[in-house]
Design a protein around this ligand. Structure first.
Ligand code: UN1
Length: 500
């Protein structure tokens, strides 16, 4: 890859690698060691203007490239991702910090999504319907919208860009991409591989930098009609407001406060495995992480004991070391936020069962490590049971029966993912119906969404749109209905066929 080994990286605008117009830079740090991984352009609204101009120009030809041809580039991109899976995995364990198995999963998710969306190149189905009038034909087609603003988080640094960029491109849009400032190098690699796959100049442009400077300029730019954003609820609200005057399409994927329910008839070995994976995988930094565990009181003591012992067995260390179970969190500010919630939980009267502090010693001192943390006897209205912490902290909430479990699970402002462990098929179906989330798992944790079903949530997790699967296409296209009258005379709908 062209920039391998280089220390200083650039924006990608109109097919050229360029510095930020103001010449300023920022650093991305390795969370396991606190060392810099590279220097990136700290861009300004002027850079956004250039990127949008390049994308707007490229749109005029890209929208006319037949969708199957656009898809061929995506197939080649997927093949590049496969070829580079190992080095991207390794880089992700450094730049973002997650353990190698999960980093490989992140890259695999991008491969899967790219292949799925490439398949759309030969589908992009619309509808044909009969007309109410003779000698008249009608159908609907999906039309590209134009320049899409893509703003992504650092927790899935290869997967999430693919969820947004692959469907945007196959539908015929062009892209201005602002990756998270904590994982710019992975974004750089992502776009390099896209360019190597034969994407024409200007179709995807990268502008590195910060939300207030770059993100906001993209959201407010009059030539960017669609914004797709994954991040916090607070930022999602800001994005919505900033885009409102121009009536943009805004796709949001925001927070979660996902619950796993464990009923008294659950297979406990399975449930504990599912909880540990969902609460502590990616060090809890997934929108789908299980930050609440709602447990039937009959088995509460047993679940608590097993979870604490599993958490205490977890080995902390750099993501790239094979024996590591739990990598660092993304940066120092994350440590502070997570630790502040430990204080909040204690003040609220929850019982700190294990963890509750940054990890040190054993070579961990320079990195951003937090011990896996479990609170017991948590009341559903405590802040640690209501607010997204985005770290390796989970809250155990005892309940007396199924109905209370569902009520507690639903009694939060978010609605991304949920799960229930039970052997009772009737309860499982009731839970599928009554849990107010966009995703529900039966006898599995709250993470692990596949790319061909809709991904997203209810309530404050978003604004009704979905990523992945067929649903994603609705964000990146406008419907156009077409009526073709071949009768040779004026036929008036609703009038000429009215019953006598
Ligand atoms: C996210 O945390 O933003 O289902 C995405 C999962 C992953 C995606 C998570 N496939 O947990």
């Amino acid at each position: 890859m062209a920039v391998a080994g280089a220390e200083r990286f650039k924006n990608y605008i109109g097919g050229e690698w360029v510095d930020a117009s103001g010449g300023e830079t920022f650093e991305s740090l390795i969370p396991a060691t606190g060392e810099p991984i590279g220097e990136f352009p700290r861009s300004t609204p002027e850079d956004v203007d250039r990127a949008v101009a390049a994308a707007k120009e490229a749109f005029e030809s890209w929208r006319l490239v037949p969708a199957p041809k656009r898809a061929e580039i995506l197939y080649r991109f997927a093949a590049h991702l496969v070829r580079h899976k190992d080095d991207l995995t390794d880089l992700m364990s450094r730049e973002m910090g997650k353990v190698k198995a999960e980093a490989g999963g992140d890259v695999q998710e991008a491969i899967d999504m790219t292949l799925y969306m490439a398949g759309e190149g030969r589908r992009l189905f619309g509808q044909t319907t009969p007309s109410e009038l003779p000698d008249k034909f009608q159908m609907s087609v999906r039309m590209p919208v134009g320049v899409v603003g893509v703003i992504t988080p650092w927790n899935f640094p290869i997967a999430i860009p693919s969820w947004k960029i692959a469907p945007a491109l196959v539908c015929g849009n062009t892209v201005v991409f602002k990756p998270a400032e904590d994982t710019p190098l992975l974004a750089e690699r992502f776009v390099e591989l896209l360019a190597d796959a034969g994407l024409p100049p200007g179709v995807v442009n990268v502008v590195h930098g910060f939300g207030e400077e770059v993100g906001e300029a993209i959201v407010k730019h009059p030539d960017v009609p669609v914004i797709t954003f994954t991040g916090s609820r607070e930022t999602g609200v800001r994005v919505t407001k900033a885009a409102a005057d121009q009536l943009k399409v805004v796709h949001l994927e925001l927070g979660g406060k996902n619950a796993i329910i464990v009923m008294e008839d659950a297979n406990l070995d399975l449930a504990v495995d599912g909880i540990v994976w969902s609460a502590f995988g990616t060090s809890g930094q997934r929108c789908t992480a299980a930050s609440r565990v709602i447990v039937h009181q009959k088995i509460y003591g047993e679940v608590e004991k097993r979870l604490v012992s599993a958490a205490e067995r977890m080995r902390l260390g750099p993501g790239w070391e094979d024996q590591t179970d739990l990598g660092p969190v993304i940066n120092r500010a994350a440590i502070e936020k997570i630790h502040s919630y430990t204080g909040i939980g204690k003040d609220e009267g929850a019982t700190l069962l294990t963890g509750g502090e940054p990890a040190s010693g054993d070579g961990l001192d320079d990195g951003f490590y937090y011990r896996p943390t479990i609170f017991g006897d948590v009341a559903p209205d405590m802040r640690i049971a209501q607010e997204e912490i985005f770290g390796p902290t989970t809250a155990l909430i005892p309940v007396k029966d199924f109905d209370e479990a569902i009520r507690v699970a639903n009694d939060v402002k978010y609605g991304l993912s949920s799960s229930i462990f039970t052997q009772d098929v009737n309860r499982a179906f009731r839970a599928m119906r009554d849990l107010q989330t966009g995703i529900t798992y039966i006898n599995a944790g709250t993470t692990g969404a596949e790319v061909h079903l809709p991904f997203g949530g209810t309530k404050d997790t978003g604004n009704g749109h979905r990523e992945a699967g067929q649903a994603a296409l609705d964000v990146f296209t406008e419907w156009k209905s077409l009526y073709i009258d071949y009768s040779g005379k004026l036929q008036r709908a609703q009038i000429d066929n009215a019953e006598e």
